[in-house]
Design a protein around this ligand. Structure first.
Ligand code: PEP
Ligand code: MN
Length: 337
């Protein structure tokens, strides 16, 4: 159920509705928007009688939500969510670029890539310190040692740090030293991890699981939001299909499909979405053209020596060229026709 407050409802009236929701054992999620506040109700304690709310002061409308989602929907928030990360943002109309190596390998590598990322005008630096690898015998990331390098990069380059949490304890460290918690494809339905991220104050970048339907992906976002964290960014990174010419099939149709349902920002990852460096730029262009709020791109100063995902990494010059092209496309799309 969702309660739409009148445009002129007072803070006191909103609080009073929240109190009634809590008193009957549910959780209230007031989401203020430019035109009105709507209050989402979550919990699995049974049905609620809408008449309890209809006559409360300030209430405009009580809507029964028949879809499985309650908080990600445009019904709750008709305006797009802008996720702010300090002085940077995702979903504000600018093209957000999150770039960096697959994994932080050493100081020299991370600094060389961070320099290329800063020069491109991107605001976000990505890099795994814990890597969820398919094989236990491949590089698993530097772990906590990687944070010394990340902390230096954050300080020296002023870039916002995006890194993946592979378990709940990782989130404690990201909260101390990082800016955005990434939940990877392999953990999209790790519900305890999603709930922990939902209790964090940091934004969460939620990648699509490699075999997840749109509904499963959006319900994973609901898990985070149901805990009170509304700063979720969705990231399309491709799904597994019968195709053998790519690592994953980048499902760009998910971008307009999400737009039709949700207020959350959505970005595209053409690196994991294709698995080959030569396909990254063409699919990045397509991702921007289809209306994504941003891109996540893997860059390495020596792809041939990379400890993970070298085959899909762009060199700094290739990355600079990509940025030039996608910015041109984005500009064209944002200009009034
Ligand atoms: C990554 O971003 O390096 C990564 C492991 O991505 P995904 O979870 O999409 O496979
Ligand atoms: Mn990777």
């Amino acid at each position: 159920m969702l309660i739409v407050m009148k445009a002129n409802a007072t803070a006191h009236e909103i609080d009073a509705v929240v109190e009634v929701i809590q008193a009957i054992g549910f959780r209230a999620h007031p989401l203020p928007g430019p035109t009105r506040t709507a209050i989402g109700i979550t919990g699995n304690e049974g049905v609620i009688d809408s008449r309890r709310f209809e006559d409360l002061p300030g209430v405009a409308e009580v809507i029964r939500v028949t879809k499985p989602y309650k908080l990600i929907t445009l019904d709750l928030r008709p305006e797009k969510t802008i996720v702010r990360v300090g002085n940077a943002a995702i979903g504000d109309g600018e093209l957000a670029i999150i770039a960096g190596p697959c994994a932080i390998e050493n100081r020299e590598q991370a600094f060389a890539v961070a320099e290329a990322v800063r020069q491109s005008g991107a605001r976000f630096f990505r890099g795994g310190v814990w890597k969820p690898r398919t094989s236990p015998y491949t590089f698993q990331g530097l772990g906590e040692k990687g944070w010394e390098i990340m902390a230096e990069i954050r300080e020296a380059f002023g870039l916002k740090i995006v890194t993946e949490a592979v378990d709940e304890s990782n989130i404690d460290l990201i909260e101390q030293y990082g800016d955005v918690i990434q939940i990877g494809a392999r953990n999209m339905q790790n519900f305890s991890l999603l709930k922990r991220a939902g209790r964090s104050k940091l934004p969460v970048l939620l990648k699509r699981g490699m075999a997840a339907t749109l509904e499963e992906w959006l319900l994973a976002a609901e898990y985070i939001m149901a805990e009170g964290n509304y700063n979720v960014i969705l990231c399309e990174r491709g799904v597994r299909t019968f195709a053998q010419h790519t690592r994953n099939t980048l499902d760009l149709a998910s971008v307009p499909a999400i737009r039709r349902i949700s207020h959350l920002p959505v970005i595209v990852d053409p690196s994991h979405g294709t698995g080959s460096a030569y396909m990254v730029t063409p699919l990045a262009r397509a991702g921007v053209a289809v209306g994504a709020d941003g891109l996540m791109v893997e860059v390495h100063n020596h792809p041939e020596l990379a400890l993970s995902d070298g085959v899909q990494a762009l060199t700094p010059p290739e990355y600079a060229q990509l940025i030039e092209e996608v910015r041109a496309i984005h500009k064209l799309m944002s200009s009034p026709s």
